[in-house]
Design a protein around this ligand. Structure first.
Ligand SMILES: [Ca+2]
Length: 209
């Protein structure tokens, strides 16, 4: 039994140093060793909520409240931004659009969308307050409309014009006829460029309070 205890202590610290994916819905209810072992094997872990109590392992909290588990599942903390009603986060790693949209969703939000006439200023405020000086360009929630190369839309379905003032000069230019995703970039005062969706950038994630 003593060896088992040491094993679980190892797992406890292992979770703090290794990013494990939250891919299931069972962490909050795992209450015994067998289930914990299965969960770890299956890449399910709410690491920061694991604690040792006597000879038992208990996991508290809900894995869907991903911000409570911090970097253990790849989620930075969500942040309030002055004057804005949503919470924001930049993905911990850079990557292609589809992969990082899944990260945003796993962390309890989605890729950021906006509905004001001064979106570039809002993004500038967000990036300024988040203070991540190495993040120079971010995916946001605009995509070219499927099968219609002349039309874009926000991911909530609102049409987005190709002549909107949010576009940087000369954009969208649809290089190679496959620039279906969009980034906002600091060198354009956070105005936007169309990009191929498999390029590698960080993503601006958004969620409700
Ligand atoms: Ca472009």
């Amino acid at each position: 039994m003593k060896d088992d205890g040491l094993g679980y202590l190892f797992m406890f610290f292992f979770c703090f140093f290794i990013n494990l994916k939250v891919v299931g819905g069972t962490c909050g209810s795992i209450a015994n060793r067998g289930q914990l072992r299965d969960a770890l094997d299956g890449e399910v872990c709410a690491c920061r909520s694991i604690f040792v109590k006597g000879q038992d392992i208990e996991i508290s909290g809900k894995e869907t409240q991903a911000e409570q588990h911090g970097t253990c599942n790849g989620c930075r903390p969500w942040n309030t931004i002055t004057g804005l009603n949503y919470l924001y986060m930049i993905t911990e790693d850079d990557g292609d659009f589809d992969t990082l949209r899944q990260v945003c969703q796993n962390c309890g939000g989605d890729v950021a969308i906006f509905n004001t006439s001064d979106t570039a200023s809002e993004i500038e405020s967000i990036m300024g307050e988040l203070g991540l000086s190495d993040v120079l360009s971010v995916w946001i929630g605009i995509k070219r409309k499927t099968g219609q190369r002349e039309l874009f839309e926000w991911l909530d379905g609102r049409t987005f014009s190709t002549v909107d003032s949010l576009w940087d000069s000369g954009q969208p230019n649809d290089d190679d006829m496959n620039q279906d995703c969009v980034t906002s970039l600091i060198t354009a005062s956070w105005h936007i460029h169309d990009r191929t969706c498999d390029q590698i950038y960080y993503m601006l994630c958004q969620r409700g309070r």
